[in-house]
Design a binder for this molecule. Sequence first.
Ligand SMILES: *[C@@H]1O[C@H](CO)[C@@H](O)[C@H](O)[C@H]1NC(C)=O
Ligand SMILES: *[C@@H]1O[C@H](CO)[C@@H](O)[C@H](O)[C@H]1NC(C)=O
Ligand SMILES: *[C@@H]1O[C@H](CO)[C@@H](O)[C@H](O)[C@H]1NC(C)=O
Ligand SMILES: *[C@@H]1O[C@H](CO)[C@@H](O)[C@H](O)[C@H]1NC(C)=O
Ligand SMILES: *[C@@H]1O[C@H](CO)[C@@H](O)[C@H](O)[C@H]1NC(C)=O
Ligand SMILES: *[C@@H]1O[C@H](CO)[C@@H](O)[C@H](O)[C@H]1NC(C)=O
Ligand SMILES: *[C@@H]1O[C@H](CO)[C@@H](O)[C@H](O)[C@H]1NC(C)=O
Ligand SMILES: *[C@@H]1O[C@H](CO)[C@@H](O)[C@H](O)[C@H]1NC(C)=O
Ligand SMILES: *[C@@H]1O[C@H](CO)[C@@H](O)[C@H](O)[C@H]1NC(C)=O
Length: 629
Amino acid sequence: MPLNVTSAKAILFDLPLFFNWQSTLDVLKDPPTEYVEKVQPPVDLLAGLDDISARVDDGSIASEYGFGWELYKLVGAAHDGHFAYILDVVGQIFTFSRPLPLVSVSEDGSKLPAVLTTARPPEFLEELSQQGSLQDRDALYNNLFYNLAQISLQSAGSGTGGFSGGGRGRFAPPGANTTLEFANGTTLTIANTARTLLSFANVTSGEDLRRKIIYDEGSTVPSVRPNLITPVSRDTIPSTQAIAPPGYPAPVVAGPSNLINGFYIDGTGYEDVAVLQVPSFISSSFAEAPFQAASQNDLFKQLFPALDPYGANRFRYNEAVDLVGQAFSGVASQYPREAGLRNSTLRAVQSSYFDYHTDTTVDGKPFESWSQKVGPISVNGQYYTALSRWNLTDIYIPYQAGINVTGFSNLTRWKPEDIVLVTDGYCASTCSIFAELMTQQGGVKTIAMGGRSNANKIQAVGGVKGANIFQWGFIQTYAAQAKQLNNTLRTSALKEYDVGKAVGRSYADGINVRDAVRLGDESGIALQFKYEEANCRLYYTAEMTVNAAAIWKAAANAQWKDSSKCIGNGGYYPSNAKRAAQGKTTTLSPARGYQVHGVQALRQYEALEGSFSVETEYQRDAGDGFMQP
Ligand SMILES: *[C@@H]1O[C@H](CO)[C@@H](O)[C@H](O)[C@H]1NC(C)=O
Ligand SMILES: *[C@@H]1O[C@H](CO)[C@@H](O)[C@H](O)[C@H]1NC(C)=O
Ligand SMILES: *[C@@H]1O[C@H](CO)[C@@H](O)[C@H](O)[C@H]1NC(C)=O
Ligand SMILES: *[C@@H]1O[C@H](CO)[C@@H](O)[C@H](O)[C@H]1NC(C)=O
Ligand SMILES: *[C@@H]1O[C@H](CO)[C@@H](O)[C@H](O)[C@H]1NC(C)=O
Ligand SMILES: *[C@@H]1O[C@H](CO)[C@@H](O)[C@H](O)[C@H]1NC(C)=O
Ligand SMILES: *[C@@H]1O[C@H](CO)[C@@H](O)[C@H](O)[C@H]1NC(C)=O
Ligand SMILES: *[C@@H]1O[C@H](CO)[C@@H](O)[C@H](O)[C@H]1NC(C)=O
Ligand SMILES: *[C@@H]1O[C@H](CO)[C@@H](O)[C@H](O)[C@H]1NC(C)=O
């Protein structure tokens, strides 16, 4: 498909308008040293756009796909699971796969994990794993492989792993064949596959294909295209429990669609261990209530009812954020806070971040004006809004969360040492917020599974730690609403957002609009850029790849029986959590249920990742949790 330079230039003009809302835009250019050493290299996104623009001008980017792929790689280099821009031609024509999932396992739980026992695969696979959206390299590596928790998520998960075309693995063309070389010297060549997502009938040239997929004046694509990230519909969410996923025992307490399940472990010595498995923090708009019913909680508050969740966050300051806030706060201030309960137009305004009455200061006090909330505050040379925290008793919280939160009391229900958080590194977005509360405020320890073939310590939370994703269309909508609410803004910088080329040609997109910032952290560094090792690392064994209970047993043993099982450190090292933080008990009214804020936006993260999953027709082999792709 020859590149339409006019169309490409229009997209390149739009992109900075959206990139400006990415909370980590400045820091990504020059991240903290430890992040660069252990996590990912720097990336200058705006300079990257200039570079692509120059290559469009000089003709070295000459095809639609080449253009889309360069944009995909640039955005992917941020390794932020909330930040995505996938052009139609990259996302909508083919998905690629290798019809063979891999695992990386240790023979006995202490020998180095290996894939095919030759030396070369780890290097190749480590490089391949960088195609993923996570930032942590061990989590990225894990995500290449067959993993029961991902399988349990069905189409919302990453299928049989990135190597076999699951999740983000589906976008990069793998070539015609994959050749595996075994330790004994024999090789096996398998043909890779490309699945077409549209009919190629009558498509005989790149121009034909372009007309079929790209919406512009020369195209035959209908002008109103459906939103490609379609939320899971109510019909597809079974109100009752799903059947146990492969590799798992029957749950004792079953949640909706295997999104949350409670188990006991069969076997002597594990009678007092219970497992709460949460492969995803709610991927649909309709599962919150059954999710809550299964866990009898919103997880952190029920486990630690006496603690006041911190959860501070901030936007990157940019003029558009400020102008939208001026318009929204200006209108909201003309009505009582509860007026929007009866008027849905007003509700959208009064329940948004952009009304300064929403949220509290870090000290739990009301903001007094939009200018107090928006700042800008200079932190390490960059500009942000003031830190804010959710007001969990706010009357609009129910409209954001869909549930009333239980878990108010000053009882200590669990001692931190009686809980351990076990992850495979794919803990991102909502999960990272949960893990932050559990470890920093709850004082709970973590165990990280798998990782690259080495004996180093690894991180438990390897996915995006940003606190809020917006789809790009949201930003356009906010800008349009602001201009509607306040006429004087029509001629402001917000008018730039009227253009729609980048959004119109997007297959999928997202922006991380809020940094999460740690309680008591004076460094001003967003959690996204913090490198933090788990308290314990365990290798996968072959059994763990087909039987989840083997993971739970190993974790329970390491936590409560024999910490020398942890790789690389001869046992647990102390938790970094500041237990002092626990002293602060809740200031929220105890009698009343309240609801978690932020879910509305957070669930879009799950939808975004889910939309990337390979479509797989699984065949369940009898007896264990292995499924053929
Ligand atoms: C792929 O494998 C097939 C069968 O072994 C072989 O005929 C073909 O030449 C290979 N293609 C490439 C590009 O290596
Ligand atoms: C070499 O190893 C592979 C994988 O374990 C096995 O399938 C194959 O039979 C072996 N070949 C020989 C000649 O032992
Ligand atoms: C392909 O083109 C033929 C001839 O113009 C037409 O009859 C047919 O409907 C087209 N098929 C599709 C799928 O567009
Ligand atoms: C190229 O894109 C421009 C702008 O969208 C459009 O007006 C024009 O028709 C396109 N040209 C072709 C050949 O599709
Ligand atoms: C509209 O926006 C302008 C410019 O930000 C501001 O000065 C004015 O107070 C706003 N009007 C209202 C009604 O909020
Ligand atoms: C709802 O509130 C908006 C102000 O945001 C106002 O313009 C509109 O008239 C109100 N609608 C009703 C039905 O009161
Ligand atoms: C939180 O919201 C409630 C209900 O809207 C309000 O009464 C309370 O003052 C708010 N708290 C803060 C600190 O703004
Ligand atoms: C939350 O609690 C209020 C007051 O008890 C109730 O009216 C409302 O229906 C509850 N909402 C949900 C989603 O359960
Ligand atoms: C907290 O515990 C104390 C003593 O057990 C009790 O008197 C008090 O009412 C409790 N407060 C709340 C908010 O539950």
